[in-house]
Design a protein around this ligand. Structure first.
Ligand SMILES: C[S@@+](CC[C@H](N)C(=O)[O-])C[C@H]1O[C@@H](n2cnc3c(N)ncnc32)[C@H](O)[C@@H]1O
Length: 316
């Protein structure tokens, strides 16, 4: 079975049978990257040049490893659940903004009779995937992205990075491709400071990132509005879970430390492009700011890294 689609064109349409991109080996299917992705290298990090506007963050091995580790840590935080919505064995699943595809692949392995599709603008998923898992390359910023998906009973979305317009497109699309009674579940994280005006290097870093996000049309604490957004889009039984991770990387419980260390390991990648573009920060200034923020977290900062999980049901 061909698993990789580019620009929404089934590869069957552009490849003859003899050219088929599909190779099966030991029950796994090989997913090919068929689209040339021009890369942008900056300060030793790799970005997608074509999609820098939609995704101004690195897509390199460093970030992929960090996201894979984050997936394992969040799963542990969630008591080994892959999702919270009350659906026992989803048959047809979409993982939107799938990234490395680790959630999608694990979902496919856990529910072998389901079909799991991961969608991302960049093909950065593993080459070998379970036979019931597919990855599609698709731009979710395009209105109507959802028209080729139907009969879905679970849509999983992790991390919209403050993009309110995208959130709306994703929820509209999810509502349209879900089967009646199907579920959408969205996760993300945001920093909640007890006293946002404080003058620690961490507080200063968060204030700068809040400004840079806003100038990029993003809202850094958008996850706080997920519940309301689901309701506005017609979902019912909207349920929220908030996991509060103390802001410290030393002297807390092991899982907290690991989650915070994973999060802080991503600070530079998270910041470079936006701080340079909107606040004129040089590479060295951003490195210094991130290092100082990280150092401040070795002591305790009053507040939390809040991990929001919100799910809702499409009315039957
Ligand atoms: C922070 S990563 C999250 C990856 C994954 N959900 C996880 O938690 O590990 C966000 C992903 O969104 C993808 N993305 C950004 N803009 C997109 C768009 N317009 N359409 C589809 N995917 C997009 C990026 O390529 C990236 O893989």
């Amino acid at each position: 079975m061909v698993v990789c689609y580019c620009d929404c064109q089934p590869m069957d349409d552009v490849m003859s049978d003899s050219d088929s991109l599909d190779h099966e080996m030991d029950g796994e299917t090989e997913s090919f990257d068929t689209e040339p992705h021009p890369d942008l290298y900056r300060h030793g990090r790799r970005y997608s040049l074509t999609h820098l506007r939609e995704h101004p963050w690195p897509i390199d091995e460093i970030e992929k490893d960090r996201l894979d580790d984050q997936h394992v840590l969040l799963r542990e935080l969630f008591g080994e659940r892959l999702y919270h919505a009350p659906i026992e064995s989803p048959r047809s699943v979409l993982d939107i903004r799938t990234g490395t595809g680790c959630w999608a692949m694990e979902c496919a392995e856990r529910y072998p009779s389901s079909t799991v599709r991961g969608i991302d603008i960049v093909n950065m998923q593993d080459q070998w995937v379970p036979p019931n898992c597919e990855f599609w390359v698709d731009n979710l910023c395009e209105p109507g992205w959802h028209t080729q998906y139907a009969g879905i009973d679970l849509v999983h979305i992790n991390q919209v990075r403050g993009d309110r317009q995208l959130l709306s497109l994703l929820l509209e699309g999810s509502s349209s491709c879900l089967t009646p009674g199907g579920w959408v579940e969205i996760w993300d994280m945001s920093v909640q400071l007890d006293d946002p005006g404080e003058n620690s290097p961490f507080h200063r870093y968060i204030r700068k990132m809040t400004t840079a996000f806003a100038r990029d049309g993003r809202q850094i604490d958008l996850p706080l509005q997920f519940g309301a957004a689901l309701t506005q889009h017609g979902f019912t039984k909207v349920t929220e879970y908030n996991y509060n991770i103390p802001l410290c990387t030393q002297g807390c419980d092991e899982l907290t430390e690991k989650i915070m260390q994973n999060w802080t390991a991503g600070l530079e990648g998270y910041s470079f492009t936006l701080l340079e573009k909107y606040l004129g920060k040089t590479f060295a200034e951003t490195v210094l700011m991130c290092a100082s923020a990280r150092r401040a977290l070795k002591g305790k900062i009053e507040g939390n890294l809040q991990i929001q999980v919100v799910y809702g049901q499409k009315p039957g």
